[in-house]
Design a binder for this molecule. Structure first.
Ligand SMILES: O=c1ccn([C@H]2C[C@H](O)[C@@H](COP(=O)(O)OP(=O)(O)OP(=O)(O)O)O2)c(=O)[nH]1
Ligand SMILES: [Mg+2]
Length: 150
């Protein structure tokens, strides 16, 4: 039975994408690699593809956190602080649920991220809803990065 996990998106099927793994017995995070080699110019913000989508149960979320080594080792920060990957992002009609890492180069030189380099880590978590939540109108997710609302 499938409960939660990662799959390769169809456009990266034959691109040698590694499914995320936890690097030690008690690591919370599944290390997620860059699916492409990219260069970020000084100050630049780029969406780095992972080649992955994540599936999970209702009332679960996947948080993408930066690796703590990124600022000093790479000069990179996850500019949206934490990536929130919603259950209904999976297989959305716009991009199949392809997860991106929104990284910013905080150095004054180009930063190279090579394909296969671990950049962020994904942590699955349950979440709670507030009173009256069932009475509010909800739209169907069609994409990400500002797809909801006007
Ligand atoms: O770092 C991130 C953050 C989000 N997402 C995807 C998954 C998530 O389910 C979707 C929407 O994210 P969020 O709700 O944080 O962004 P938004 O600006 O509110 O966009 P939307 O209107 O599509 O909800 O975008 C990523 O791939 N990487
Ligand atoms: Mg949103």
């Amino acid at each position: 039975m499938k409960t939660r996990g990662f799959e390769v998106v169809s456009s990266y099927e034959n691109a040698g994408i590694n499914l995320p793994v936890r690097s030690t017995e008690h690591s919370a995070g599944y290390d997620i690699e860059a699916a492409e080699t990219v260069t970020l110019a000084p100050g630049e913000i780029k969406l780095i593809p992972t080649g992955l989508k994540a599936y999970m149960q209702a009332f679960e979320v996947l948080y993408m956190y930066s690796r703590s080594s990124n600022p000093r080792k790479k000069g990179l920060v996850l500019i949206n602080s934490v990536g929130v990957i919603d259950k209904d992002y999976y297989n959305n009609p716009e991009n199949e649920g392809h997860m991106y890492m929104q990284m910013r180069n905080i150095t004054d030189h180009d930063v190279l991220v090579e394909k296969g380099e671990r950049v962020v880590q994904g942590v699955f978590m349950p979440f709670l809803v507030a009173d009256g939540d069932e009475n509010t109108n909800k739209e169907r997710r069609t994409g990400g990065f500002g797809s909801t609302g006007q």
